[in-house]
Design a protein around this ligand. Structure first.
Ligand code: 5GP
Length: 181
């Protein structure tokens, strides 16, 4: 029987299975390992949604010398972007001269990504990379292009593997998409 998830009166159906997520996370991790050979990047995980992806990605890279830190931005309420990007936990101070790689769960309009990269550049890093689990290129309002993408998807609302609906369902191992009828 098909797995269905109901939350806040909405129904979600399976979209990307755990095994496929693992495969693509591993691919992206090896691309990063190849591109940053000889460097020790500082990963910057964007809370809350990217924490599951970041944990798997970091372990998959096998880059023992790399570090991780956390930032928090918010632009979504319920299932839509508010267009207003707020910083809730700021950037760490020790960014100057470092190769920073932002880890995001999903790039939708690109507004959050653009704001983060701009905030980060003010701290004079050596370089800024951007990896995202999911990218909805059709929703872009900015033309922002992540350097590494695990999955490109259509602009539909998804949950699971760290992504929430009003704070819930981040625990799901698979990714689910909202059922439209
Ligand atoms: P943007 O600023 O690119 O429009 O939005 C980025 C943020 O919006 C993501 O970090 C994520 O928190 C949220 N977001 C965008 N699309 C989705 C989605 O389909 N599902 C969930 N759960 N969050 C989303």
């Amino acid at each position: 029987m098909e797995k269905i998830v109901k939350v806040n009166g909405m129904t979600f159906v399976p979209f990307i299975e755990e095994a496929e997520i693992r495969k693509q996370v591993s691919r992206v991790a090896s691309e990063i390992r190849r591109d940053y050979e000889g460097k020790t990047p500082l990963f910057l995980c964007v809370l809350n949604g990217a924490f599951v992806f970041a944990a798997d990605l970091l372990r998959e890279t096998g880059m023992n010398e790399s570090e991780i830190s956390f930032v928090r931005y918010k632009s979504y309420e319920g299932t839509g972007s508010t267009g207003n990007v707020k910083q809730l936990i700021g950037l760490p101070d020790d960014i100057e001269g470092k190769d920073v790689i932002i880890i995001e769960d999903i790039v939708d309009t690109g507004l959050t990504a653009e704001k983060m990269v701009a905030d980060l550049r003010e701290k004079n890093p050596a370089s800024v990379g951007f990896v995202t689990l999911l990218h909805k290129p059709v929703s872009s309002k900015t033309g922002f292009k992540p350097d590494y993408v695990a999955f490109e998807i259509d602009p539909r609302f998804i949950i699971g593997y760290g992504l929430d609906l009003d704070g819930k369902v981040r625990n799901l191992r698979d990714i689910y998409v909202i059922k439209e009828d």
